[in-house]
Write a protein that binds this ligand. Structure first.
Ligand SMILES: *[C@@H]1O[C@H](CO)[C@@H](O)[C@H](O)[C@H]1NC(C)=O
Length: 551
């Protein structure tokens, strides 16, 4: 009995021992684990600190140093490249200039090569080959950095004028002083400035200031940014007559210079210039926007230049420059937020001239135009607001032509035509001007591929003088050939002189001639003033003068 009790006690004692051991082991394990955790955390923290000290900090300072070095070198480089593009010395040594010149050229060639390649791949190998272009005319700014350059003006409503200019000095004030006598400024207006970066390029300060209200048909003298030369502008008339110059695909070649001299001198005076797209042909190489601005300044600072975009304004490079129209929108700001029907986009807008006797609609070939798009809705709204009892002439501009018998750019405007032609027809638009094709072509009045006396006359005037050369081949058996009344592949410009409520005369001035001579002339009868007989005979038929009672 005793033995049994003792054995039981021993066994229970054994069990107690085992439990204790187990407890100790568990506690030991847990403690070890905790300790391991603490050590691991410590080690990790140490590693993190070490990583920060040894890798992140140096990398950051390296990036910062590289960034600082880059901006310092880039500014100098961009300036050097521009100087080289202008054919001027920037290093002071022949070898240095040669290196910089080679860099500038290879950079341009690389970019243009890439775009051409992309273009070719996208378009197939049947791209029309144009004859050799004429040399570029590159215009320099030989004045201090605070002095204005690239001055151009545009109408903002009928009483105000936007003055746009560039200064290399980013701190130059955005002020325009103006008055009706030279040197005597009785008023001033302050605007603002913007800049943009495009890959390695950084623009100067692009200033915009709106002056007014101004008197119609009046010469004003003005100075930009309180520095540099005085400029002179003349405001458009408050009533008819009014004269427009129309010129597309301008570029900056010797042909451009000749066109500009014909517009500015030989061709006679004008009130407003209309440009249906393709301005500088900078084609991604941004200093060309600056040289272009300087080339057109003598004319564009004196009369309003109203422009719309062409394909050469897009300048989008996937991944690198994803935003289209960067340079165009910054430099060529148009009155899209003014007038009776603001569009909300610099790519399409409308404006009135001559007290509303002329309404001009600037369309965007490279903005959405399909039914339901913002542009389509705006156009419908804009045209609905036009009162043809007051608006004698209704003009529209677009880049890619809706009617075209030239081999170049065949069919490119077709989708837009299908989307918008009926809107223009119903509003009785008098003339549709287009660019894009580097030749001159005038059609009869058309609606939906048929001659129609109530449709617009279509004129392609993409022959300003760009570096790509002329589009020489017209297609003989083209389905629109019977609608085409005059076509010629020569550089030049056109003029639309609106004489009164019923009559206007359109002339095309060819460039081949030393002097601006008229090569094509046609009289137009306003579609608001009753039914015209035929395009050419309309003036001879005389005008009834009664406004159309329905649109
Ligand atoms: C408009 O001008 C044309 C051309 O000079 C002229 O024949 C016509 O009579 C004028 N019409 C009016 C209403 O003045």
């Amino acid at each position: 009995m005793m033995m049994a009790t003792a054995a039981m006690a021993a066994s229970s004692c054994d069990r107690g021992d085992t439990r204790k051991k187990l407890q100790i082991t568990v506690v030991f394990l847990v403690r070890t684990l905790l300790l391991a955790c603490i050590i691991a955390r410590g080690v990790l923290a140490l590693i993190r600190v070490a990583f920060r000290v040894a890798v992140v900090a140096p990398a950051r300072s390296l990036v910062a140093v590289a960034g600082a070095a880059f901006s310092a070198v880039n500014a100098r480089c961009a300036w050097c490249l521009e100087q080289a593009a202008l054919g001027r010395s920037c290093t002071g040594t022949v070898l240095g200039d040669a290196v910089v010149g080679a860099m500038a050229s290879s950079w341009r060639l690389l970019l243009q090569g890439i775009t051409s390649l992309v273009f070719l791949c996208a378009r197939g190998a049947d791209e029309y080959v144009r004859p050799p272009p004429s040399p570029l005319v590159l215009t320099a700014h030989g004045k201090p950095a605070s002095h204005p350059q690239q001055v151009h003006i545009s109408m903002v409503g009928e009483k105000n004028m936007r003055i746009s200019w560039v200064t290399d000095d980013l701190n130059a004030p955005s002020v325009v002083e103006y008055g009706t006598s030279p040197g005597k400024y009785t008023a001033s207006a302050t605007g603002d400035h913007t800049t943009y970066r495009y890959f390695l390029y950084k623009s100067g300060a692009i200033h915009h200031a709106t002056i007014g209200p101004l008197e119609a048909s009046t010469t004003y003298h003005y100075r930009c940014g309180k520095a540099g030369d005085e400029f002179t502008l003349r405001t458009p008339p408050a009533r008819l007559p009014v004269e427009f110059v129309v010129v597309g695909d301008l570029g900056q070649t010797k042909w451009t210079a000749s066109t500009l001299s014909h517009i500015g001198g030989g061709g006679g005076d004008y009130d407003v210039l209309l440009l249906p797209g393709d301005l500088s042909y900078a084609d991604l190489y941004q200093p060309r926007w600056d040289t272009y601005g300087r080339l057109v300044e003598p004319l564009a600072s004196a009369r309003p230049w109203m422009v719309t975009q062409g394909n050469h304004e897009v300048e989008k490079i996937p991944l690198v420059e994803p935003h289209a129209f960067k340079a165009y929108n910054a430099r060529w700001r148009m009155p899209f937020d003014a007038g009776a029907s603001p569009s909300g986009s610099n790519l399409y807008y409308s404006f009135d001239v001559a007290g509303g006797a002329v309404h001009v609609v600037m369309l965007g070939s490279y903005a959405g135009y399909a039914a339901g798009s913002a542009q389509h809705r705006w156009l419908r709204r804009d045209l609905a607001g036009v009162d043809r009892a007051k608006t004698a002439f209704l003009l529209a501009l677009v880049h890619a032509p809706w009617y075209n018998t030239n081999e170049a750019h065949q069919g490119e405007g077709e989708r837009m035509r299908r989307a918008m032609e009926s809107l223009l027809y119903e509003a009785r638009v008098d003339v549709v001007f287009a660019g894009h094709v580097h030749a001159y072509e005038r059609f009869t009045r058309i609606y939906d591929n048929e001659a129609d006396s109530r449709g617009p006359m279509y004129i392609t005037i993409g022959d300003g003088g760009n570096r790509e050369g002329l589009a020489l081949k017209f297609i003989k058996g083209h389905k629109s050939a019977h609608l085409s009344e005059f076509r010629e592949a020569s550089f030049g410009h056109g003029r639309l002189r609106i004489l009164n409520e019923t009559s206007a005369v359109w002339t095309w001035h060819r460039n081949d001639d030393q002097f601006a001579t008229v090569r094509d002339e046609v009289w137009l009868h306003s579609l608001a003033a009753g039914e015209p007989a035929a395009t050419v005979a309309s003036a001879a038929g005389g005008g009834g003068g009664h406004p159309a009672d329905e649109l």
